[in-house]
Write a protein that binds this ligand. Structure first.
Ligand code: AHR
Length: 519
């Protein structure tokens, strides 16, 4: 099979915001405790943070980390998580039905994020709490001193303000599962008034209003419109969240459980789900611009895709803890072990973000350690890379610069949910400073390799750098505690450059990063 991509230095989608490949750490399961933090592990730093995990986070180069939730934030009392540790109370976290010890809190996480070179994307509780607490929290975090809450922070040892710049106004407030769930009007009102107070304390912050939790939410569309009607003047972004699973999705078959079709049909369909992510982003952009027009606004609202990933392997584990054996400290929750095919779906989702870089400015892989995460740990054991670690690292490392419009010619196929799915999903990023063009490409074909030609216009000289490829014999192959190296990338030397045309082979069912030097 053959495919051709044409790109030009002059046809640009937009500059990648450095926050596009951020992540998320929630007080959930073993993300914090026994994840980034393990006080009895001898390989930890003086604050109890695992050195190996810090190194892996730095290897990905995570620009921003959303914190402290998630569903957790909607019943979070921030005051419990600051000050002397021995005075901090343990609390019932109603979102995940576990015990939060507050051993790690705001100040410790601020220091941690600095060490791994990430910015904190902070969230306020608009579920069980409201504007007064949000106002106090931002005063605690960002006001230099001379007031009650800034002085409190100083008394806790932090003389300089944290200066958190991005704040989420609650989390998934459209979801009935959310503590303090609201209608769009209720949320729109509280979010706009909270935003007003927060920007009065610190006018330099950027605010994210909650969009829908999924595109399949019944309220999707109307929710964004109503929320933006209330909040347009005060907020800068609207959030999108999306998790894909192999056996659930948008198929409107009521008994769709994963046993109606063949494995091959499910895989082909699963690999196409990024098409729905493309549409989701485009739908929300349209709604933002509709409200902009109706309000005769100059300001544009952009997208914060602050939760995205694959999530379906661990649903039974979640059920067993949350409904079967609650109130544990840091139980194993949402610990999806990712497969080769998950890595490919993940890669296509990352490509979708790049293709919309003109409007998606912030995005967070949910999450970072142990909980639906690229990095896994075992207490007093190793930390290792899941399959999705590799496309995440590639996107974060090389997906910086200007995204070029990808014109891709290739064969297509139909699936259970989608029509005309291109076998090749691809995008290119031009890094002017490094004089490099990186092409990310997924071959969705399960049986055939693809002879891929890339015509690159607008440069006088093109030279091959390298082609890395992630593939494995089985779609279900994974890295786990027994074999942490089963799926790892390899470098292949198959890039040919003739004038302005680059050729490489996209092996069947693979993730590819093709890099060339340009002048
Ligand atoms: O990331 C896991 C959970 O998914 C988050 O807590 C919530 O916001 C979403 O439903």
């Amino acid at each position: 099979m053959k495919s051709k991509m044409t790109i030009s230095k002059n046809f640009k989608i937009g500059e990648v915001d450095k926050r596009l490949f951020g992540s998320f750490i929630e007080h959930l399961g073993r993300a914090v405790y026994d994840g980034i933090y393990e006080k009895d592990n001898e390989d930890c730093d003086k604050n109890g943070f695992r050195q190996d995990v810090k190194e892996l986070i730095k290897e990905i180069d995570v620009p921003v980390i959303r914190y402290p939730g998630g569903n957790f934030v909607s019943n979070f009392k921030w005051e419990d998580s600051v000050g002397p540790k021995e005075e901090r109370p343990s609390r019932l976290d109603l979102a995940w039905r576990t015990i939060e010890t507050n051993e790690i809190g705001l100040g410790e996480f601020y220091e941690y994020a600095k060490e791994v070179n990430s910015e904190v994307m902070m969230a306020v509780n608009l579920g069980t709490r409201g504007m007064e607490d949000a106002r106090n929290l931002i005063e605690y975090c960002n006001h230099p001193g001379g007031s009650k809450y800034s002085n409190l922070r100083i008394s806790h040892g932090a003389k300089e303000p944290y200066n958190f710049k991005i704040w989420c106004l609650g989390n998934e407030m459209d979801g009935p599962w959310q503590m303090g769930h609201k209608t769009a009007n209720e949320y729109g009102r509280i979010a706009s008034e909270t935003a007003k107070l927060m920007k009065a304390v610190d006018p330099d912050i950027e605010l994210v209003a909650c969009g829908s939790s999924y595109r399949t939410m019944e309220t999707f569309g109307k929710w964004e419109e109503t929320v933006l009607e209330h909040t347009y003047d005060y907020v800068d972004y609207v959030s999108l969240h999306q998790y894909f699973g192999k056996y659930y999705g948008d198929i409107s078959t009521s008994d769709y459980k994963g046993d109606l079709y063949s494995e091959k049909e499910y895989t082909e369909n699963y690999l196409a789900k990024s098409l729905s992510m493309d549409e989701y982003i485009e739908d929300v952009v349209a709604i933002c611009d509709y409200v902009k027009a109706v309000k005769r606004q100059r300001k544009t609202i952009n997208i914060s895709f602050d939760e995205w990933n694959i999530w379906y392997h661990s649903k039974e584990q979640e059920e067993a803890i949350v409904n079967g054996d609650p109130w544990q400290i840091a139980p194993r929750l949402l610990e999806d072990i990712y497969t080769m095919e998950d890595a490919l779906v993940f890669g296509t989702m990352g490509i979708s973000l790049l293709k919309h870089a003109d409007r998606v400015k912030i995005a967070c892989v949910a999450q970072l350690v142990n909980v639906i995460a690229p990095i896994m740990t075992e207490p007093n054991g190793p930390a290792w890379k899941q399959t999705i670690f590799y496309p995440y690292k590639d996107l974060s490392k090389y997906g910086r610069g200007i995204v070029l419009v990808p014109v891709v010619e290739c064969d297509t196929y139909d699936t259970l949910e989608f029509e005309k799915v291109p076998y090749v999903e691809s995008v290119a990023v031009y890094n002017e400073e490094k004089e490099e063009v990186t092409i990310f490409a997924v071959n969705r074909n399960l049986e055939e390799d693809i002879d891929f030609k890339i015509q690159i216009e607008g440069f006088t000289k093109i030279e091959a750098i390298e082609h890395t490829i992630l593939q494995s014999d089985g779609a279900e192959d994974r890295n786990d505690i027994e074999n942490t190296q089963k799926v790892t990338p390899i470098i292949i030397e198959d890039i040919n450059v003739m004038n302005n045309e680059v050729s490489a082979k996209l092996n069947k069912f693979s993730w590819n990063v093709i890099r060339v030097k340009v002048k």
